[in-house]
Design a protein around this ligand. Structure first.
Ligand SMILES: Nc1ncnc2c1ncn2[C@@H]1O[C@H](COP(=O)(O)OP(=O)(O)OP(=O)(O)O)[C@@H](O)[C@H]1O
Ligand SMILES: [Mg+2]
Length: 237
């Protein structure tokens, strides 16, 4: 098990944003975290990346309790959560270079990473000139360039055109296959993860309603998982 949470809850004041989450992410899987706006996806992903601590419960990474001050775990996890921040006056190349200095571990070359995400020719441009989709690609490159074991991506397909979406999906599979990464990808659009996930977790109003393998879903819902999703989130039972 790459990541596991044990009764993880998050409270802001007395408002419970996440309610006793028990999540299981297998080694080498692509895990799709699905949920509507406000379900708690970003909040949960921050905890799985060690960027925020649970109010209650524990997150386990490789079987060990994960704490936000664990320096040695830092290079093992790559993440893009909510809106990525860059030095806008610096080039894509320089932004990745600063990141690598900070991570201080084995890594792909900057050229390799930029090529993989289709930004090879934009490496010298200041990030301020990037389109939304280009920023998203650069954010993903920054998250995997240091070859983490776990890649956590919060709505990584936002801002990409159909061609970009297709390329990004292929990239997720490549990262898993070629570099043995485990991926957790959130989305509020079913169709976005359906084609790439091995396992799906549905988060709704702070609760993890179910975890199910895509294989099981495809057998039970041959017409697609839309029906499954609506049954889970709309039903009262
Ligand atoms: N720092 C915070 N303080 C107070 N409430 C917060 C904080 N961060 C998140 N929340 C609340 O937690 C809930 C879940 O937010 P979160 O951003 O995790 O949802 P989400 O599933 O990522 O939504 P979206 O699809 O819109 O990105 C929301 O009701 C939000 O208002
Ligand atoms: Mg969010």
């Amino acid at each position: 098990m790459k990541v596991k949470t044990a009764d993880v809850s998050k409270l802001y004041d007395s408002y419970e944003v996440l309610k006793r989450i028990n999540m299981n992410v297998d080694d080498g899987n692509i895990y799709g975290l699905l949920g509507p706006n406000g379900a708690g996806k970003s909040t949960l992903l921050k905890m799985l990346s060690g960027l925020n601590a649970p109010s209650l419960g524990e997150v386990y990474f490789n079987g060990n309790a994960l704490h936000i001050d664990d320096g040695h775990v830092k290079p093992l996890i790559g993440s893009v959560i909510e809106t990525p921040v860059f030095y806008n006056h610096l080039s894509a190349y320089e932004n990745l270079s600063i990141h690598l200095e900070y991570m201080n571990t084995d890594h792909l070359t900057i050229e390799e990473a930029l090529t993989i995400v289709g930004l090879k020719t934009a490496g010298d441009l200041p990030v301020a000139k990037f389109s939304l989709g280009m920023r998203q690609r650069l954010a993903v490159a920054r998250a995997f360039i240091h070859l983490p074991e776990l890649l956590v991506l919060d709505e990584p397909l936002n801002g990409l055109d159909p061609k970009g979406v297709k390329e990004m999906r292929a990239l997720f599979k490549k990262l898993r296959g070629q570099f043995d990464m485990t991926l957790i990808i959130s989305s509020h659009i079913l169709n976005e993860i359906e084609h790439v996930a091995d396992e799906i977790g549905i988060l709704h109003k702070g609760e993890l309603l179910t975890e199910v393998s895509m294989q099981t879903l495809k057998i039970n819902y041959p017409d697609g998982i839309e029906t499954f999703f609506f049954n889970m989130t709309e039903g009262d039972g």
